[in-house]
Design a protein around this ligand. Structure first.
Ligand code: DHK
Length: 148
């Protein structure tokens, strides 16, 4: 299997550091460290490498998107609440040339109206919502297809 030189960036926004602890009825009981481990295992099977990050700060996410511009093959992003507010993250993603896949653990369309709009969707090549943390794995498989 051919291993692309550049990693897939998996970026996570605010409050996802509390995954498994906050609102488990919505986001499940798995921690973000569990998700990172599952992504790393699948990436290895797929012949991909990943860089997995989380921040509660918008600028940190913008900086990782800029880093991915130079060093990344694709971006999988769960911007969390910044999905619905961040023109800065959208603009950064517009400056990235590879595939962008947007993930939401919950089905945002079943929730409050303000969660129905995503700035990031204006750039994303695909969106996964409501598949729980499995959405990250599905996005990684899609990244593999798009990078082939
Ligand atoms: C996570 C969040 O923290 C929310 O702000 C988004 C997203 C939904 C998720 O489902 O992963 O609205």
């Amino acid at each position: 299997m051919q291993v692309p030189k550049k990693p897939v960036y998996i970026l996570n926004g605010p409050n996802l550091n509390l995954l498994g602890k906050r609102q488990p009825e919505i986001y499940g009981r798995e921690t973000l460290a569990d998700v990172a481990d599952r992504c790393a295992a699948l990436a290895e099977d797929l012949g991909l490498t990943i860089r997995f990050h989380q921040s509660n700060h918008e600028g940190a996410i913008v900086d990782w998107v800029h880093e991915a511009r130079e060093q990344g093959a694709a971006i999988i992003i769960n911007p969390a609440a910044y999905t619905h507010t961040s023109v800065a993250i959208l603009d950064a993603l517009h400056a990235f040339e590879g595939p962008v896949l947007e993930v939401h653990i919950s089905n945002v369309h079943k929730r409050e109206g303000f969660r129905h709009h995503s700035y990031v969707s204006l750039r994303a090549d695909g969106v996964i919502a409501g598949f729980g943390t499995e959405g990250y794995l599905l996005a990684l498989r899609r990244a593999k297809t798009l990078l082939n």
